[in-house]
Design a protein around this ligand. Structure first.
Ligand code: DX5
Ligand code: ZN
Length: 217
């Protein structure tokens, strides 16, 4: 069966302590790190890019790094992100004219491919690329900011994907935490991004474990 994997988003952590915060999440049981890259163009916010990811990688050798590329031209950052030590390159399909080409380039550079959909993007836009992807990300908020409210109306998309692709890695991202995880688990998501709910938790390890146990049962 598919494994339940918890990938905290460090977006709303104290970014002046990026390494410490990331290592703490891993020590507390995170299965991977979800790194939110924004270009101020595809989304109305800026975060960090490949130079920062590379520095983080130089201190954290083992962990699986996923970059969530909220950028207008994902093709442009494939090589730098591969060089920075990224394991999975998840990009939004909305602005991309040739999705297959971007997928191919990502694979050629040795990374896994994730295809991300904004809440308003229908599954029909991604369907024909699923066979060449390692994961599909169904956003449960409008991308751009942490700490937003979970959109339950995205669950039918997750459910439909799970019914038709039993072995596909399906990730949810946005407003996911202890109070919304049941819903994601029921729909069939197995890769869980959680930002503020994990970062702000009293007991990070217990929160991560609760999320995983809810999905894995
Ligand atoms: C939103 C980002 C998410 C977000 C998650 O644009 O892609 O990864 O930061 O944070 P929470 O869990 O707080 O919504
Ligand atoms: Zn994200």
């Amino acid at each position: 069966p598919l494994r339940a994997l918890i990938g905290p988003s460090i977006l709303n952590s104290d970014l002046s302590k990026l390494y410490e915060e990331s290592q703490k999440l891993l020590d507390n049981g995170a299965d991977y790190l979800h790194l939110d890259v924004m270009d101020g163009h595809f989304v109305p916010n800026l975060t960090f890019g490949h130079p920062v990811v590379k520095c983080l990688r130089s201190k954290i050798k083992e962990a699986f790094f996923e970059t969530h590329m909220m950028v207008s031209n994902p093709e442009q950052w494939i090589a730098p992100m591969a060089d920075a030590g990224v394991d999975q390159y998840t990009f939004h399909i909305e602005p991309v004219p040739d999705i297959e080409k971007v997928c191919r380039k990502i694979k050629e550079s040795g990374m896994k491919v994730g295809l991300a959909l904004k809440p308003g993007t229908p599954l029909s836009d991604v369907e024909k690329y699923i066979s060449i992807a390692d994961m599909v990300l169904i956003m449960t908020v409008e991308p751009g900011f942490g700490g937003q409210k979970f959109m339950e109306n995205q669950m039918p998309k997750v459910q439909w994907l799970r019914e038709h692709y039993p072995l596909l890695n399906i990730e949810v991202d946005g407003g996911v935490g202890p109070s919304t995880i049941e819903c994601c688990a029921k729909a069939g998501a197995n890769m869980i991004v959680s930002g503020t709910a994990v970062i702000g938790a009293q007991d990070q390890a217990a929160t991560i474990k609760f999320l995983r146990d809810t999905v894995q049962k």
